[in-house]
Design a protein around this ligand. Structure first.
Ligand SMILES: C[S@@+](CC[C@H](N)C(=O)[O-])C[C@H]1O[C@@H](n2cnc3c(N)ncnc32)[C@H](O)[C@@H]1O
Length: 337
């Protein structure tokens, strides 16, 4: 890749960053990295396998090689560069699902409303689609499945760090609130054979999750409950896990969800909120851009520690330990005395 220290060129590349994002989206949607998993292929061979227009696919591939996702050899033949390896769907912590989802047209349209969001403080996804992300995904199951796949990819990467950081000793039961397709819960149960799990999420989401839990071998140790965390979550568990859930919501809704959890807790229960915490000024790009993503799509926000305390407290919860877990933090809370 051509390196140029000029601030103008560095900025220009950021300005054009959406072009790279779309190129990665197309490569992930076509499964290019999976086709290259076995080794070198020509643009023509890849076009034949993906049913695409060969000369145009070549233009996409050489652009991706220029940003070190692929490597272009002689005669328009390509291999995977280290970044491209992570686009394979079988890669540990694969980025394939995330790339396919982030560039998908519904999401893309919502992001084109960022200016609208900044001007009005309103939700750009609702502005673009006339409904919020969860209703949209329920009405468009293929989009919901794309989202679940994206979450699985991200969660695999984050799960290992979370498992290493958290102390699950002494726990017998855990509810994963808004647990999506159950990938995180399955990882927790696998690492802790003494634990029984409950996966709780919207009915249409847990319906998709059930089969995956069975495949992961966790069917008999994991109950699945469909419902809304604004109404009720299963009562009396030792621990309640909420990973990347609170950031989807504004403060009022975050308090409502946490209050539902607090109501279900036994006196000894603890809550594990797993989120990115907003860093001091000039640091923490991932959380600060995720915050914009929350603004544009679900209508939530990333928070500082003080902002987390401000939503835990009115829900009747008290923040305890905060443990670093590889870019995420595990915020432990118990019922306030
Ligand atoms: C950003 S995803 C996080 C999924 C999972 N915890 C993870 O870390 O991969 C948020 C989850 O909240 C769920 N959700 C949204 N609204 C809900 C509701 N009212 N009740 C229960 N779950 C809900 C979504 O279906 C989705 O699975």
């Amino acid at each position: 890749m051509q390196n140029d220290p000029s601030p103008a060129l560095a900025l220009r590349r950021m300005i054009e960053g959406y072009q790279v994002s779309q190129a990665l989206h197309v490569a992930a949607t076509l499964g290019i990295a999976d086709l290259l998993a076995e080794g070198e292929r020509s643009a023509d061979e890849l076009a034949a396998s993906t049913g695409t227009h060969a000369p145009t696919l070549y233009r996409l591939l050489r652009a991706l090689a220029s940003v070190e996702v692929l490597h272009e050899g002689d005669a328009q033949r390509f291999t995977l560069a280290p970044m491209g390896q992570t686009l394979r769907s079988d890669a540990e912590g694969s980025m394939a699902g995330w790339a396919a989802f982030i560039g998908s047209s519904a999401y893309w349209q919502a992001w084109s409303g960022l200016l609208y969001g900044v001007r009005t403080g309103e939700n750009a996804f609702v502005h673009a689609h006339g409904q919020g992300v969860w209703d949209y995904r329920a009405a468009h199951p293929e989009n919901g499945a794309l989202f679940d796949r994206a979450m699985t990819a991200l969660s695999k990467r984050a799960s290992a760090a979370m498992l290493a950081a958290c102390d699950f000793s002494g726990l017998r039961s855990i509810v994963d609130v808004g647990g999506g397709n159950g990938a995180l819960l399955a990882a927790v149960l696998l690492a802790h054979p003494e634990l029984q799990g409950t996966l709780m999420d919207l009915p249409e989401v847990v319906a998709r999750a059930q089969a995956q839990l069975v495949v992961a071998g966790m069917g008999d140790r994991c109950r699945v409950v469909g419902g809304s965390f604004f109404e009720q979550v299963p009562a009396g568990a030792d621990a309640y896990l909420l990973r990347s859930v609170i950031h989807d919501w504004d403060d009022g809704d975050a308090v409502r969800i946490l209050a539902t959890v607090a109501k279900a807790m036994a006196t000894h229960s603890r809550v594990l909120v797993v989120e990115r915490v907003i860093a001091p000024p000039n640091e923490g790009r991932d959380a600060k851009f995720s915050d914009l993503n929350m603004l544009v799509a679900p209508g939530g926000r990333e928070r500082t520690l003080a902002e987390f305390e401000a939503v835990l407290e009115p829900a009747g919860l008290k923040l305890g330990r905060v443990v670093d877990a590889g870019g995420f933090s595990v915020l432990e809370a118990v019922a306030a005395a």
